[in-house]
Write a protein that binds this ligand. Structure first.
Ligand SMILES: Nc1ncnc2c1ncn2[C@@H]1O[C@H](COP(=O)(O)OP(=O)(O)OP(=O)(O)O)[C@@H](O)[C@H]1O
Length: 272
C-alpha cells in the first residue's frame, strides 16, 4: 500500500525541554479523511506543524508522496509545500484585502517571485480563484474585504485558498473551534465533500469528538505526545475516549501502566 503521507517515530522537543511528540507513527492514504483528537496540550498542533515543517522535528521521518521532507532540497521542499494546504482556527487570511486576492494567494507557490511580489496573476489563475469561490458558495463576495465576512465565510475563503494550491493534502488545525455548532458542521461538510470529490487527503485536528466520529474515515487519538488510538470510528469506544481525555492524575497512572499494551489493542484492527 502506497501512502501519501507517512510519519515515522516523530519526536519534537521544544527548546525549553517540553517533549511535545514522543515518537508518533501515522500513515495517510490519498483521499483519506483523518481526524486527530486529544486533550489540550496533547501535541496535535505540533504534529501538523512538523508535517509541513513550520516546526522542525527533533527526530523521525516524514514522507510525503514518496519524498523524505526532512531531506528534501530547497526546490523539492517548495514543490512539496505547495501540495500541502493549511487551514487554521483563526483563518490566517489578510483581513483588509479582498476575498478573491486572499484566494489568489494560494497560487503564490506557482508564480515567479517577481509576479508574486506585484500580485500579478494570470487570467487563468483568476478564473480558477472565482471557480473556487463559487464552489464554497462565496462568488458574490469576491470583491468584499475579508474583514466584512462572518467567521464561517472566512473559513470558506481559507478552504478556497488552500484549494487554489491544487494540493494533495490539506492539514487543518482546529478549523471549526471558533465557530458556532451549525456553522462548524457546515465547514466540516465542505471539507469532507472536497476530500471525497477531489481525492484530497485531509488531516484535521479536532476538539469535538462528535465531528471526528461523523466525518472521519479514521480517527487518531493522541495523549501527551503519544498515539494511543488509530482506527475507524466504530472502535472508538467510550472507554477509549475516556482514556484519551481523562484527567492529569489518572492519565499518569494509565500512561505508565498500559501505554504499550493499549496501543497494541487500540490499533490492532486497522485495515487498509
Ligand atoms: N513553541 C513552543 N515552545 C515550547 N513548548 C511548546 C511550544 N508549542 C507548544 N508547546 C508545548 O508542547 C505541547 C503540545 O502543544 P500543542 O500545541 O502541540 O498541543 P495541542 O494538542 O495542539 O493543544 P491545543 O488543543 O490546546 O491546541 C504543550 O505542552 C505545549 O505547551
Amino acid at each position: 500500500m502506497d501512502f501519501l503521507l507517512e510519519v515515522r517515530r516523530l519526536k519534537k522537543v521544544y527548546k525549553d525541554g517540553t517533549e511535545a511528540l514522543k515518537g508518533i507513527d501515522l500513515s495517510v492514504k490519498k483521499g483519506e479523511f483523518v481526524a486527530i483528537i486529544g486533550p489540550s496540550g496533547a501535541g496535535k498542533s505540533t504534529l501538523l506543524r512538523c508535517i509541513n515543517l513550520l516546526v522542525k522535528p527533533t527526530e523521525g521521518e516524514v514522507y510525503f508522496n514518496g519524498y523524505n521532507i526532512l531531506k528534501a532540497s530547497k526546490k523539492e521542499l517548495r514543490n512539496i509545500r505547495r501540495e500541502i494546504g493549511m487551514i487554521f482556527q483563526n483563518f490566517n487570511l489578510i483581513p483588509r484585502t479582498t476575498v478573491i486576492d486572499n484566494v489568489l494567494n494560494g497560487r503564490l507557490g506557482y508564480v515567479g517571485t517577481l509576479r508574486s511580489c506585484c500580485g500579478l496573476f494570470s487570467k487563468k489563475d483568476k478564473e480558477f480563484a472565482f471557480e473556487l469561490l463559487e464552489r464554497v458558495g462565496l462568488s458574490d463576495k469576491a470583491l468584499k474585504k475579508v474583514e466584512e465576512l462572518s467567521g464561517g465565510q472566512q473559513q470558506r475563503v481559507a478552504i478556497a485558498r488552500a484549494l487554489a494550491q491544487t494540493p494533495k493534502l490539506i492539514l487543518a488545525d482546529e478549523p471549526v473551534a471558533s465557530l458556532d455548532p451549525v456553522t462548524a458542521d457546515n465547514i466540516m461538510e465542505y471539507m469532507f465533500d472536497i476530500c471525497k470529490k477531489d481525492n484530497i487527503a485531509f488531516v484535521v485536528n479536532l476538539h469535538q469528538v462528535e465531528f471526528a466520529k461523523k466525518y472521519a474515515d479514521r480517527i487518531i487519538g493522541i495523549k501527551k505526545g503519544i498515539k494511543i488510538f488509530d482506527n475507524v470510528q466504530y472502535f472508538l469506544s467510550e472507554d477509549i475516549i475516556n482514556n484519551i481525555y481523562e484527567n492529569e492524575e489518572k492519565s499518569k497512572i494509565s500512561i505508565s501502566n498500559t501505554t504499550q499494551m493499549d496501543m497494541k489493542v487500540f490499533t490492532s484492527e486497522i485495515t487498509y
